[in-house]
Ligand binder design. Structure first.
Ligand code: AMP
Ligand code: MG
Length: 310
């Protein structure tokens, strides 16, 4: 009798233990850690089943922001914009080199030297202003990525003319995400999603299924993407703009005319293998228009473009 009693207790204990083990495993498997911080001038959200992913991602994005933000006075870009010359960090040199490549690929439509125009129209301080044609013409003489001199041996970046300024708003977020994802991979983290103001990278899966991402600039049902190991970026003048009477002026500027780009496109979404490519392409396609833009995207493998028209 006692023997049977003990066996029953052992059995119940064992079953409880096994039950607890499976419950814990299933329960734990479905936990997603998430945190949002303000970085790169926007809300950055990191989501992952691995808690470590949060700190690793934010630390890396903060490091890149410290190099590239024109709003932090000690960044490489702020020093370059002030002095016209810098011996930069390898990351800064890399992104400027890449941006020059993008300038030539887009036949000058994508141009990080738009800085003085972004300032002139008031987009930097969000104190919008309608400049005169004379002011625009004067500022246009400072524009052109061909006027950036690069020397690889010591990472030197120099402007040809005083007053030139770089604005990395069109690719900095993409680059920062690529750096963060590289750090996560180094730490053997397999699954995470980082969203920097609509610039998204999906690493691995969300519990064995692709991550679901809403397309920015669309509230329609079909505006969802299911992605793994892919970057998404959306650009459009709907993001930052001001109105003067009937006219709307957006933050993506045509570097040839000096005016905000007027386009029949509402938004351009690009899916690519890496974030800097997606970020560059979405801005560049918005500037180039559908036909030339899609031809440019074809030069990059594994890219998909979704255009919403007005
Ligand atoms: P995105 O949201 O990635 O399309 O980038 C838009 C931002 O890129 C703007 O807010 C400016 O900081 C910057 N920008 C504006 N016009 C241009 C241009 N023609 N080429 C490169 N960057 C630009
Ligand atoms: Mg962009």
């Amino acid at each position: 009798m006692i023997k049977r009693y003990i066996t029953a207790i052992i059995l119940i204990s064992l079953l409880t233990l096994i039950g607890y083990f499976f419950f814990h495993k299933i329960f734990k498997k479905n936990i997603l850690y998430r945190e949002t911080r303000i970085l790169l001038g926007t809300f950055v959200e990191v989501i992952s089943p691995d808690k470590k992913a949060i700190e690793i991602s934010f630390n890396e994005i903060k490091r890149i922001e410290g190099l590239l933000s024109k709003y932090s006075p000690k960044s490489d870009i702020s020093i370059l914009n002030k002095e016209g010359l810098i011996l930069a960090s390898p990351e800064t040199f890399y992104i400027i080199e890449k941006a020059k490549e993008f300038y030539y690929l887009s036949e000058g439509a994508f141009d990080i030297t738009v800085g003085p125009l972004v300032d002139l129209w008031g987009f930097t301080k969000k104190e919008y202003f309608l400049p005169s044609q004379e002011e625009i013409n004067k500022t246009l003489s400072l524009i052109g990525s061909d006027k950036i001199i690069l020397r690889k041996k010591d990472n030197m970046i120099q402007f040809k003319f005083q007053g030139m300024k770089i604005d990395l708003g069109a690719i900095a977020k993409g680059f920062a995400l690529d750096c963060a994802i590289r750090r996560l991979k180094e730490e053997k983290i397999k699954d995470a999603l980082i969203n920097a103001g609509g610039q998204v990278y999906c690493l691995g899966n969300r519990f064995n299924k692709p991550w679901r991402v809403a397309i920015k600039g669309s509230l329609k049902k079909e505006g969802f993407l299911y992605l793994r190991n892919k970057a998404v970026s959306t650009s459009g003048n709907y993001e930052q703009f001001f109105k003067d009477g009937e006219k709307t002026y957006g933050h993506i500027i045509n570097p040839k005319t000096g005016y905000p780009k007027i386009s029949d496109l509402f938004s351009v979404t690009v899916i690519a293998d890496d974030s800097i490519t997606a970020d560059f392409l979405s801005t560049a396609i918005f500037l180039l228009g559908e036909e030339k833009g899609l031809a440019l995207a074809k030069k990059f493998k594994n890219t998909e473009v979704k255009i919403l028209k007005r």
